[in-house]
Ligand binder design. Structure first.
Ligand SMILES: C[S@@+](CC[C@H](N)C(=O)[O-])C[C@H]1O[C@@H](n2cnc3c(N)ncnc32)[C@H](O)[C@@H]1O
Length: 190
């Protein structure tokens, strides 16, 4: 059994194993009944050959779509704080032959991804659950290249709250808003 001292388990953001299984099942049902993701990812600006980070990837429903959009010459990092999520991602990679996807188990707010790697970093349906938004956004800023951008959504919080947290961090500037997400550019930090 993993100890609570393990940094990957610190903080209330890491859901229980049963919650993860519930989420996995629920997403399957939602995607079957309402297959909106395929349309949604088209608005992210993902092109062949680029590097995308799917931060808080969950059962990798976005990850696999990102992999198809970046193609053979692109790369996708699938990051999550939950070991079962990463196991599920590995299974999907194997099953679907997603050779360009690298699964990563984050330790706290540390993904271990090299600096400035991402052209696009995505944090979908997870920012609302982050206890320390500034440290989290700092990590997203670190891994995203200066010309890259962040796609982030509200999840279970108001748009006002999402924007307040982003502005307070000092790491990102909102460039564009849609009903579904915000597109942010990285700010230069000393
Ligand atoms: C509601 S799920 C959304 C999954 C996926 N983005 C989607 O929309 O299908 C939120 C995910 O974020 C992950 N998560 C929460 N806090 C995290 C953190 N600090 N670092 C990485 N992943 C995190 C959870 O483990 C969970 O898998």
């Amino acid at each position: 059994m993993t100890s609570q001292k393990d940094p990957a388990r610190r903080g209330s953001e890491r859901m229980s194993n049963s919650s993860f299984r519930g989420m996995q099942f629920l997403f399957k049902v939602i995607d079957f009944v309402y297959p909106y993701i395929d349309k949604r990812v088209q608005s992210f600006g993902i092109r062949p050959g680029i590097t995308v980070v799917d931060y808080g990837c969950g059962p990798s429903r976005y990850t696999s779509r990102f992999a198809h959009l970046v193609g053979e010459k692109g790369r996708v990092f699938a990051v999550d704080i939950h070991e079962l999520v990463i196991e599920a991602v590995k299974k999907r990679i194997e099953k679907q032959g997603l050779k360009t996807v690298t699964p990563i188990l984050a330790r706290g707010y540390d993904s271990g991804i090299p600096d400035d790697v991402a052209n696009i970093t995505c944090a979908i349906d997870m920012f609302f659950a982050i206890n320390d938004p500034t440290t989290f956004l700092k990590e997203l800023r670190r891994i995203t290249g200066p010309e890259g951008f962040l796609i982030i959504d509200d999840g279970h919080q108001s748009r006002k709250e999402t924007k307040r947290k982003i502005a307070a961090s000092g790491y990102w500037e909102v460039m564009e808003e849609t009903k579904d997400h915000l597109r942010c550019k990285p700010l230069s930090v000393a």
